[in-house]
Design a protein around this ligand. Structure first.
Ligand SMILES: Cc1cc2nc3c(=O)[nH]c(=O)nc-3n(C[C@H](O)[C@H](O)[C@H](O)COP(=O)(O)O)c2cc1C
Length: 202
């Protein structure tokens, strides 16, 4: 499928999928290759390449979501009724790719670019999002289902300690993946194109 699915078809097929099993239609090696591909080929401001990824599989993935459940129950007990089943669902999936941004990457830029990059901190977020999107779209093109989660900052101390994450890496999101056991549901409503796109000079 991957080799025959065009880029635009893959972007259309990508959805948020929540019914995920602890199985994968592709090997761990292939999952890791896809994350490596994003790290190698995603664009970044000034070519700073500050995005970092940590892939959790098997018991490591389970540990993350068990902790997320415990910390959510402890810090926001009023929300566990709604969030608890969702978190259990993430734990029931196959793996998680965590995305970070490494603040020390700017040290490798020339002084001029380092100064410029300081003025545009959001550009780092843009690049991180591009990495997330490549991995999400590519995993789904190869038969996995994914959903994007944001359980930082409550899980950050655990993540930092458990997987020896450098203090300079800032956690941005968790992309959960697994074999889909149900479809993504109906297509989400789209805004009218005329609200979103203007073209001049055509
Ligand atoms: C930057 C960003 C943050 C998101 N955060 C979450 C999230 O925290 N939890 C979640 O379940 N989905 C999250 N989503 C998924 C969106 O809700 C979803 O992409 C959107 O509703 C469109 O549905 P689709 O992904 O099926 O096309 C996020 C998406 C983006 C781009």
């Amino acid at each position: 499928m991957a080799s025959t699915t065009s880029f635009l078809a893959a972007t259309q097929a990508r959805r948020s999928m929540y019914a995920l099993a602890k199985e994968s239609p592709i090997s761990n090696k292939r999952i890791i290759e896809i994350v490596e591909h994003a790290i190698k080929h995603a664009p970044s401001p000034f070519n700073v390449r500050s995005t970092r990824c940590v892939v959790l599989l098997g018991a490591e993935h389970d540990k993350l979501w068990e902790h997320a459940y415990e910390i959510t129950e402890k810090t926001t007990p009023q929300a566990i009724g709604i969030l608890g089943p969702k978190i259990k669902g993430f734990g029931a999936a196959y793996g998680t790719c965590m995305f970070f941004d490494d603040s020390t990457a700017v040290n490798d830029l020339t002084p001029r670019f380092a100064a410029l990059s300081g003025q545009y901190p959001e550009w780092f977020e843009h690049s991180n999002g591009m990495h997330q999107y490549i991995v999400w779209t590519a995993l789904e093109a190869e038969g996995l289902g994914c959903n994007l989660q944001h359980y930082q900052p409550s899980i950050t101390p655990f993540v930092t300690n458990e997987w020896k994450i450098p203090e300079t890496w800032s956690l941005k999101c968790q992309l959960v993946f697994g074999k889909p056991t149900a479809g993504p549901g109906d297509e989400k409503p789209k805004r009218p194109m005329e609200d979103c796109l203007k073209v001049y000079g055509n």
